[in-house]
Design a protein around this ligand. Structure first.
Ligand SMILES: [Zn+2]
Length: 626
């Protein structure tokens, strides 16, 4: 990618590709009016060089990092084209709904396009197309407010963007700024011309309450946090120190970086979709309004920024060849997401511990929850891990019902266990001299650079692992990706000196997850996944609840004759331990009520990791700050 040699900041020419000087790659201007963000509508105007005939334009379809063709084309409205003062005819392509054909008259050299992006008006979850604007803040994703011409790589087309913000809203973005003016409190920012790749990779966070926290100099690394209230920004001082540690620990892990500056764009709101999306020089991470000030919520979200930050190295810089497409129209192939997302997830948990965002004990509790969930996923008997990656464009949008039988995007969590296993094997084979850090240095490390993409294949991963320590890595990964269990891969945990066990005491992280996400953890006792209100979101095939006839979508109403509450259910499971009487659950299903008898007498079961003293404690070593 062309920015490889162009390490540095502040100079306009860095953002114009070589090819745009030589050939006639279009230079497009775009003006985005975000002053109606609170109404959840964004207006855009573009000037696109064109000549007489058919001008084929694309609305971005395959969104990087979302691994799916989920560009929100349905929210594109108000589309109008003109040239030389004349309104132009346009028609959508009959074979691809993201393609627009415009009839350009003779003599025209450019086309003016007007469009609106309709941001969700009522709450919608999901990724960047989900809720993104509130009364007090917004995240602007450039892919949602633009069209681009067919026939060019996104690296080659240049966009000169201008953005107008609501009165008195501040902003943060990694996109280099040319100038910024304020008129009656309304800020208008002119950005330095950038490739379409860089533009779409550089969202803008904006809001009335916006806090900038510097985490490191050289390169500048900062948090740009927008919230729905000023109070939500007042986290205790140790939180900022933990994020400073994160930057230090990540740079030690990889030994180099591949961004000019880095901005954590962090949204704190109960009215935006909650997720994290990686970019080369930023991340768009969104959690609840009190996610930084409330201790429990903070713990639940602790690994989000570490995960997204790791992606700057693993995913953006090093990218599976099948995911490095020339534009947003060509389909992406997700087969290597077990590296892109799986290794990121593992390293994210490691950095969460090394930075102090979670204590080693909290991190182990979290790992226990991950391992236990995967160990209760009977869907692995028919769908292997590779297929969870291959089917990712569908699985990201699958419902919670039947999750354990369908399987979801398990290449995140299961590959956390698998990459831990890799780390353990490296440590064992090298007699403690090497670790996953050595792999990261080789694969993601020096020399430091600006944003660039270096692609890889399965063979490159195997070859680099073999450079660290010689082992049958091809056989290892082939087996990990194609086996059918039945249980989760626990050898990494066990090799690291710990064991997955179940007992009657909930861990701090399990209790926190229950209260934060409003569910009741009875999955490993009676095999039901249910919300606090009794709605059964999933039943684990083969476990007592499913065997009794209960299915997802039903609602628990009463337990042993008493009105359901989480405490009533828990008490009944506890009281039934070692007895003979079945647990009687009154359940509502499509307007009918029925009592199901569950023959279960094992008491409560909650997941933990306990130390196996017969082996060295590698996990604690892995979690130790460098
Ligand atoms: Zn990720």
């Amino acid at each position: 990618m062309k920015l490889s040699k162009l390490l540095g900041v502040g100079c306009l020419v860095f953002f114009i590709s070589i090819s745009s000087w030589s050939a006639s790659a279009p230079a497009i201007t775009i003006f985005v009016d975000a002053t109606s963000a609170a109404r959840k509508i964004f207006h855009a105007r573009l000037k696109i060089p064109a000549s007489a005939g058919d001008l084929t334009l694309y609305y971005p379809k395959w969104i990087l990092g979302e691994h799916a063709p989920d560009g929100p084309i349905v929210d594109l409205a108000g589309l109008k084209f003109s040239a030389r003062g004349q309104t132009l005819k346009w028609r959508r392509d009959l074979l691809d709904g993201f393609t627009i054909h415009v009839e350009v008259p003779s003599g025209a050299t450019e086309v003016n396009a007007e469009l609106d992006f309709l941001s969700p008006a009522t709450f919608e979850g999901g990724f960047s197309a989900g809720s993104s604007a509130t009364e007090k803040m917004a995240v602007i994703s450039w892919n949602q407010v633009l069209l681009y011409p067919q026939g060019w790589k996104s690296d080659d087309v240049t966009y000169a963007a201008t953005l107008k913000l609501p009165a008195n809203w501040k902003f943060g973005t990694p996109l280099p700024i040319a100038s910024s003016t304020a008129d009656n409190g309304e800020t208008q920012i002119a950005f330095q011309p950038a490739s379409l790749t860089t533009l779409i990779d550089s969202p803008v966070i904006t809001g009335e309450f916006l806090k900038v926290v510097k985490l490191a100099d050289d390169p500048v690394t900062e948090m740009d946090i927008a919230a729905d209230s000023a109070a939500a920004l007042e986290a205790p001082p140790e939180v900022w120190q933990h994020y400073k540690n994160l930057v230090e620990q990540a740079n030690k892990l990889f030994g180099a970086h591949h961004y000019r500056d880095y901005h954590f764009l962090f949204s704190l709101s109960d009215h935006v979709a909650h997720f994290g999306l990686e970019h080369h020089e930023s991340d768009d991470s969104r959690i609840e309004e009190r996610g930084l000030v409330d201790e429990t919520a903070r713990k639940m979200a602790a690994s989000l920024l570490p995960h997204e930050y790791v992606h700057s190295w693993n995913g953006k810089y090093r990218r599976p060849a099948d995911l490095a497409t020339p534009d947003y129209q060509q389909p992406m192939q997700d087969d290597l997401l077990w590296v892109y997302e799986g290794l990121t997830n593992y390293l994210g948990t490691v950095l969460t511990a090394r930075s102090g965002l979670l204590t080693p004990e909290q991190n182990r509790d979290d790992l226990a929850l991950t391992a236990a969930a995967l160990d209760h996923t009977p869907g692995r008997t028919w769908r292997n891990l590779q297929d969870t990656a291959d089917a990712a464009p569908q699985l990201y949008f699958s419902p919670q019902a039947w999750h354990s039988w369908r399987r979801g995007v398990d290449f995140y969590d299961e590959d956390t266990l698998n990459w831990l296993w890799v780390d353990v094997i490296i440590r064992q084979q090298s007699k403690g001299k090497k670790s996953i850090d050595d792999f990261c240095h080789l694969f993601h490390g020096a020399p430091s650079s600006g944003p660039m993409v270096k692609t890889y294949t399965f063979d490159d991963v195997v070859d680099t692992l073999n450079q660290v320590v010689t082992y049958d890595w091809r056989g290892f990964w082939t087996e990990r990706l194609t086996n059918h269990g039945p249980g989760a891969p626990l050898a990494g945990i066990e090799g690291s000196g710990w064991k997955l066990v179940y007992d009657e005491t909930q861990s701090e992280m399990d209790r926190g997850a229950e209260s934060n996400f409003h569910f009741v953890d009875v999955a490993y006792s009676i095999g039901l996944e249910l919300r606090e209100d009794g709605t059964i979101t999933d039943t684990i095939e083969g476990m007592p609840g499913a065997r009794s006839g209960i299915g997802p979508g039903m609602k628990l109403v009463a337990v042993n004759g008493r009105k359901y509450s989480p405490e009533v259910l828990r008490d009944a499971i506890k009281a039934g331990k070692g007895g003979n009487a079945p647990l009687e659950l009154l359940v509502e299903n499509s307007d009918y009520y029925k009592t199901y008898k569950i023959d279960y007498h094992g008491g409560e079961r909650y997941a933990h990791l306990v130390r196996d003293e017969s082996k060295p404690d590698l996990l604690t070593e892995i979690y130790n700050a460098r």
